[in-house]
Design a protein around this ligand. Structure first.
Ligand code: SF4
Ligand code: SF4
Length: 89
């Protein structure tokens, strides 16, 4: 598993990524160059070859959900949003 340092420090690492991709709704499936989801992901958990559907790197995905509203095709969804952990006292 490839874990980002940022995710580890935040304690936001999950054993499996909760992000789901409905490839039938992805603009890349039509050959459209779209990188909105990858651009929104601060963990670099999504990569999008030009004109193709994205690849999810589960070990990097923290489940933050930032990519979900960025998708113009509503192709991404989470099984449950992961809230930020509370700050230590
Ligand atoms: S849920 Fe967050 S970490 Fe996972 S792919 Fe989307 S933006 Fe990246
Ligand atoms: S933002 Fe949505 S439409 Fe664009 S590449 Fe990502 S999944 Fe596909």
């Amino acid at each position: 598993m490839n874990l980002s340092r940022r995710a580890l420090l935040r304690g936001r690492v999950r054993p499996t990524a909760p992000l789901a991709l409905d490839a039938s709704r992805c603009l890349g499936r039509l050959g459209v160059v779209c990188t909105a989801c990858a651009d929104a992901c601060g963990e670099r958990a999504l990569t999008v070859p030009p004109g193709q559907v994205p690849t999810l790197h589960p070990g990097r995905c923290t489940g933050c959900g930032d990519c979900v509203p960025a998708c113009p095709g509503a192709a991404l969804s989470l099984d449950s949003p992961q809230p930020e952990p509370p700050c230590p006292p």
